[in-house]
Design a protein around this ligand. Sequence first.
Ligand SMILES: Cc1cc2nc3c(=O)[nH]c(=O)nc-3n(C[C@H](O)[C@H](O)[C@H](O)COP(=O)(O)O)c2cc1C
Length: 199
Amino acid sequence: MICSIGSHGHGRRLHAQGRNRHREHAPEPKITRRCEVGVGYREKRGDAGYELVDIKDFELPLLDEPIPPAMDKYQQPHTKRWAAKIASLDAFVFVSPEYNHGIPAALKNAMDFLFAEWKDKAAGFVSYGGAGGARAVEQLRLVLAEVHVATVRAQVLLSMMTDFENFTTFKPAPLHEKSVGTVLDQVVAWGGALKQLRS
Ligand SMILES: Cc1cc2nc3c(=O)[nH]c(=O)nc-3n(C[C@H](O)[C@H](O)[C@H](O)COP(=O)(O)O)c2cc1C
């Protein structure tokens, strides 16, 4: 599943992502860890409207469109719903853990469903894991390049050891506040600039 933060109002939107691996083996959490991280950083400033978008809410199956998304002929209702949400956003902040040095399969699947809706927008990252999720973000940057998203340099790297109490509850160290500000500065600036290409 995915979780995202998007914007209203000032014409800029930010979003992030998440997923649910506990569905078959444990009680459904009220909110996924990645959404909890997104909520923790949302609405801290007034330069854009921020919206949390959780991929899980879109109930996407494994990609089941018969025609490649770049052909822009979506047929499935879940794809059209997901496409409308991503189309409504100007920029994104992806929130993602690292799985086996990469991004979670559910995030890649959700990204693969769409094409034009990503194009000429900006993205930043908040990642977490034993090594801060740095390798997942490097992989995500490659995927985003293919769908023509401009990725900013700054990112927030959260440690499972020091930013999550008992590896579970999100309690970020204060030092990350500055990095969050830098990510949002860069994403809002590029998100605004890139709007010209889509008008
Ligand atoms: C399948 C799997 C693979 C993982 N691989 C990595 C990894 O390569 N590097 C890392 O730092 N953490 C890795 N982890 C640890 C996750 O970053 C950590 O469990 C995190 O809490 C997962 O986020 P989630 O609970 O939101 O899914 C892995 C976890 C899982 C479940």
